[in-house]
Design a protein around this ligand. Sequence first.
Ligand code: AMP
Length: 560
Amino acid sequence: MLNTRVLKPADSAHSTPLLIKNLLLSGVRYERSQEIVYRDISRYDYATFNQRICRLAGALTAAGVKPGDTVAVMDWDSHRYLECMFAVPMIGAVLHTINIRLSPEQILYTMNHAEDIFVLVNSEFVPIYKAIEAHLTTVTNTILLTDGDDKTADLPGLVGEYEQLLAAQEPSYEFADFDENSVATTFYTTGTTGNPKGVYFTHRQLVLHTLTQAGMMGGLDSVRSFGNRDVYMPITPMFHVHAWGIPYTATLLGTKQVYPGRYEPELLVDLIKKEKVTFSHCVPTILQMVLHAKGAEDFDFGGMKVIIGGSALNRSLYEAAKSKNMHLSAAYGMSETCPLISAGYVNLELEAGSEDERATYRIKAGVPVPMVQARIMAADGSFLPQDGKSQGELVLRAPWLTQAYYREPEKSQELWEHGWMHTGDVATIDEMGFIEIRDRIKDVIKTGGEWISSLELEDLISTCAAVKEVAVVGVPDPQWDERPFALIVAKDGHEMSAKALRDHLKKYVDEGRINKWAVPTQIAVVTEIPKTSVGKLDKKKIRGEIAQWQEAQAPFLSTL
Ligand code: AMP
């Protein structure tokens, strides 16, 4: 430790802890009449929003929630969820955002592992809750969330219905100060192998993440995507890394926020039109769904800005959105990282270049945001050069990374080996600082001694005019170890075959962009590609399905 100068404060000085309650102060100060909207069901202003958070804090306290207790939520993206993101940690409790798209067995596992005590349950999830209730080991009470008129439900341990509980409370609440290192939120990774792992974030981490996100999104000229005159609507589930933390940033700024509830493509488009949404974020597959939804066909999105993360943004989606006047920009992060790590940026050098070159950079994982250190690490723990070519595992340091997996000491040790957080992603970093994700380590295709990036192949295949959606995985091959296999959804009125795909990829082989072993010799033309609980390509499931199809010689397989 360096022998730096640390001075003793005045006895009467107040040291302000970095607490979530302080994020709430400024939004209402700037724009007390700005709105929070929930579908076509409710809308209220920031002044009311603040009062509702106080009422919720009062209701939870009256129901017996104590500091340190874990309070879980099972809901779609709603104004009530937003209120929980503030009120629960503000009374010193821990918010568990349950991934309601996991299987009931996995939901049960996460609730017992997180030691949930109170659960807020949307009426739609009452059947799931009741199915697992007998096996819950720590839950004592429940609160019902409902949009319907029926304010009762056959829920074990029911304290009451959310709106009725709020109505019975005062619109003000004295929130105490406490240690900024207290845990504020927890949730579980959507990992496809083994049990989901619990990550957790403190008040200090969420505050620093929010301040950085606000500064980055509003302060970087070339990518300025979000300010308080924007209208924000998430299309990322709030259980997935707090909807990427953006509801906290929107609230800090006093931005109008629109919550769409359960994702129904047509309603999402309707809300974008009616509420004049100008900023959103989602994974690529969800954006595909929105762009193809009824009402979106000929709609001009009027310069709407959308951050794409969670999976690689490919060029064809970028262009498809642009043709509808929607501006995409990529960002990178993961559940373990709160999540913001890097985001698209166009520096002065790129600004002077061509539009084509700028687009190439906008779809990369981007440049690390302030406070983040990113390095490329070899398997032996040494660092590789930042030259845009050397590939290795991306490792990170930042103030807001989960410090461990909850109650998983061995996995935590692996996550933080050598004092850097391991992402499990193969990446390069170039001289300008741009990160390019080449693949998940476990998804890289090893064929004939070559390593092929499934993400790069997906990107190149996506530019084929007949392709609507694509996923590439490695399948076992007795001679070459693995061979790439493409799963393709063709655009309406188009056909696709292994030969047509080879013809499409030929120019990239000739240019030396990919080697000839990267060209899939067998493809499957399907109507849908399996997705994970957060809408990403589910490569584990895809591999399993391909093995079955190959064995059964399914008719939709096309071979060279
Ligand atoms: P999750 O923890 O479910 O959010 O998944 C995180 C993983 O998503 C990362 O480790 C990456 O493999 C992937 N990912 C996130 N953002 C990007 C991006 N911009 N490009 C490529 N992969 C991404």
